[in-house]
Design a protein around this ligand. Structure first.
Ligand code: AMP
Length: 320
């Protein structure tokens, strides 16, 4: 199924406050400090929910639930408002916005966290209120206790499909809460290193099987420049990353990927293995744009046509 391209064209963009988006994301909206071999940048607009929603909005309107502090710049809010991203659940609290400081080595494959300042995230207690119950939910990288609170408010059978992400920080610090979240979701999107950390299993296929035993029947393992592995009921799909000559800043690649996957699935309306394969292809191509600049800058410059072009090339490159 070819996605409709209307949400990729700014001229045809529906109102940003489209009241009842079928897709909801809960995660972080952040001010990052990023260091790559190509340079350092402070106050980069980031966060798991920001990248996710911007990417998903190429396919569908999306509601973003997150918290920011009073220091959150208006210009960053405007970036999200460029797209059909509903911000009714973007809470502003007294205090400072969540901030992450990360550094990449020369291979650009692994992010080293230098500092995580939770700030207003410590008080985040999302209350979700939608006139029409959403059918797709993504619990982006955030405290698993918060992910659990969201699931208490939006749960099956009205939700068709729930996916979540996590990272080493939460696997180490909130393992019990994370296991409870995993027991309640359909899909986990996770990095290779974190899949190994979570399961204690070095082989990724076995790690995916172990994750399925924890709850999610779809497991998507992201392997950075080595692509992605999808595991569902004993079936596998492996896609390479989109080959790029220059990667500038990998921050947000995973969240952009997940936004593409969930956005595509929401638009398709049905989660079949075939749709899931196409979804991870779109996620891969979207992420390949994100890493070409800091923050959301590269994604802001592209349209659906650019995605389609890259997807066609991606198919040619990986076909044999
Ligand atoms: P990724 O897509 O995995 O590169 O995620 C990058 C984003 O994750 C950054 O913009 C950070 O603000 C955000 N982030 C970093 N650490 C955490 C954390 N512990 N919880 C939630 N979000 C985080």
């Amino acid at each position: 199924m070819k996605p409709q391209s209307s949400y990729g064209k700014l001229s045809k963009m529906p109102k940003t406050n489209a009241a009842n988006p079928p897709l909801v994301v809960v995660g972080t909206v952040a001010i990052d400090k990023v260091e790559t071999p190509f340079g350092k940048k402070e106050r980069v607009f980031g966060g798991s929910a920001s990248y996710f929603s911007y990417a998903a909005s190429f396919f569908t309107p999306v509601a973003l639930s997150a918290v920011v502090g009073k220091d959150f710049p208006e210009e960053y809010r405007k970036v999200l408002e460029e797209r059909p991203i509903n911000l009714d659940h973007l809470e502003v609290r007294e205090g400072e916005t969540f901030s992450w400081t990360g550094k990449y080595e020369s291979d650009l494959n692994t992010a080293h966290t230098l500092e995580t300042r939770l700030n207003v995230l410590l008080e985040f207690d999302p209350v979700l209120n939608f006139k029409t119950h959403p059918s797709f939910l993504f619990l982006a990288n955030v405290d698993p206790e918060i992910q659990g609170k969201v699931l208490n408010q939006l749960e099956k059978p009205r939700l068709k499909f729930v996916a979540c992400d996590t990272m080493n920080f939460w696997i180490s610090n909130k393992r019990e809460a994370l296991l409870q979240t995993l027991a309640r979701v359909d899909c986990l999107v996770i990095n290779d290193g974190e899949a190994r950390q979570l399961t204690g299993e070095p082989n990724l296929i076995r790690a995916a099987q172990k994750i399925t035993d924890l709850g999610p029947d779809h497991v998507i393992i992201k392997k950075g420049e080595h692509g992605v592995l999808l595991h569902y009921e004993g079936q596998l799909c492996a896609l390479p990353a989109y080959p790029l000559e220059s990667v500038f800043d990998p921050t947000g690649a995973g969240d952009t990927f997940a936004g593409g996957v969930m956005g595509y699935l929401t638009q398709a309306g049905e989660v079949t293995f075939e749709n899931m394969k196409r979804a991870i292809a779109y996620g891969t191509v979207l992420a390949s744009h994100t890493v070409e600049d800091f923050g959301l800058e590269a994604l802001r410059k592209i349209r659906m046509e650019d995605l389609e072009k890259r997807l066609d090339l991606f198919k040619k490159i990986s076909r044999f």
